[in-house]
Ligand binder design. Sequence first.
Ligand SMILES: Cc1cc2nc3c(=O)[nH]c(=O)nc-3n(C[C@H](O)[C@H](O)[C@H](O)COP(=O)(O)OP(=O)(O)OC[C@H]3O[C@@H](n4cnc5c(N)ncnc54)[C@H](O)[C@@H]3O)c2cc1C
Length: 501
Amino acid sequence: SVGSRSVLRAVVVEKNGNQPDFAVDLNATNFDAVLRDTPATYAIVEFFAHWCPACRNYKPHYEKVARLFNGPEAVHPGIILMTRVDCASKINTELCDRFSVGHYPMLFWGAPPKFVSAGPKPKLDKNEILGIDDGRTADRLLNWINKQLGRHVTPFSYGLEDEKFENEHLQSNVSDPGQIVRAVYDVEEATSTAFDIISAHKMINSETRASLIKFLQLLVAHHPSRRCRKGSSEFLVNFDELYPSDMLADKKQETIIANGKGTLGNFQICGKEVPRGYWMFCRGSRNDTRGFSCGLWVLLHSLSVRVEDGESQMAFSASCEFIHSFFICEECRQHFHDMCSSVSSPFNKTRDFVLWLWSAHNKVNERLMKEETSLGTGDPKFPKVIWPSKQLCPSCYLSQSQERNGTSQIDWDRDEVFKFLSSYYGKMLVTVYNGKGLEDGGTDKAVADDLTVSTNALVVPVGAALAIAVASCAFGALACFWRSRQKNRKYFHQPHYFKNI
Ligand SMILES: Cc1cc2nc3c(=O)[nH]c(=O)nc-3n(C[C@H](O)[C@H](O)[C@H](O)COP(=O)(O)OP(=O)(O)OC[C@H]3O[C@@H](n4cnc5c(N)ncnc54)[C@H](O)[C@@H]3O)c2cc1C
């Protein structure tokens, strides 16, 4: 079987003391399929010949760069798929001819689908597929890539020494400051995944409709990612036509869909590049330990620090209702609902809402800390902690004392905590974000634009056509996972937290 073959290969590789290859070997039989299916935004194809000595010498250089982008241990996953094709293999003759390979090694760059749709004679021009003219060493190749992605300015540029930011040696609370700058991509992924789940489970009905509209309003004005704001506004603009309240009141969603409405279907709230099927800030060291639920928390925190004082009650109730209606983890939604319901007076300051959410999250952490320790279900690299740690925010701590039962009692400086959260989930979260995606060039100006726009009011889209894309495999797996755990779930009536205020 393939499994045993790969095991054998791993053993052989180890025996020879060689590193496994990071670049993916392609040939005429899998070229189109691999490039069509990759979630990466760009691909590099190296055409080489196994008999060519220069190619053999070039391989370690190419591999050094591929280590950064390819495979489960990639430092910068999902951006570039690095591949190679052996033109000396007969099966690839036609493929190499298609790309007019005239010397070895020859490198091409482009969006993966462009390689597939390139036809018998690909357009080797600036808009389609580019020849890489200066990639003779690992350094030069990475420089070329950095320039191509607009990342030639530090601290945005990729470096050969970059290490996976999921820090293997430190606990999450220590490595957080380095990671949060990338968390906006997980916020995009979580937003997208949440809407995919809503769609797959047909969760929009007369009871949940108002909550979704309210949450969408919050996303349109305050989502830290421009493309999620844009997608949310497109959805909101079309909401009434897609999910008419009169039809939802007395008909099932299936009927609406049959009538050509309710086509959230494959709509991608943050654009068709998201979800990408991986997590950066929320990447666990084990499968299924972090990911979506972590991303959802970061989304809620990042929204909370962006609202104005006057919006804080609306943001609170929108978040509570969204979790209650659409987070299909029964225990999570129920506990969160209890915490929401125990709030006795409405919020009229951003600060109060931000601190409430922080404290609610810490209550969950405290409960899970015990559970995960006794059951061994937590992620060993990311144990639950009362957050932020003293290392992360020394000024947040007035004092900390150890109780007899081993728990610690913290006296927080709440003004400092608010300051810290505002900066952490505000500016820091979007530090390296460019509003278009990882790959489109992280210029200072784009970052600044994005920060400004995210606190301004609604962005009305010009063309409100919904983007249709195929839901990702990652989502499929996730939805199945949730579905299998929540088979008997009943939808509850909508809660209204101070709905008349
Ligand atoms: C609304 C909600 C309710 C949930 N309720 C439950 C539940 O009842 N039972 C259950 O098993 N799981 C629950 N979960 C999932 C659980 O809280 C974690 O999300 C999951 O276990 C993954 O944990 P994590 O290590 O990625 O960190 P998470 O707790 O997901 O936190 C993500 C990141 O937020 C930061 N953070 C941590 N604490 C705080 C804080 N207090 N304030 C601000 N930022 C913080 C840290 O950087 C952390 O890495 C819930 C999730 C959500 C979104």
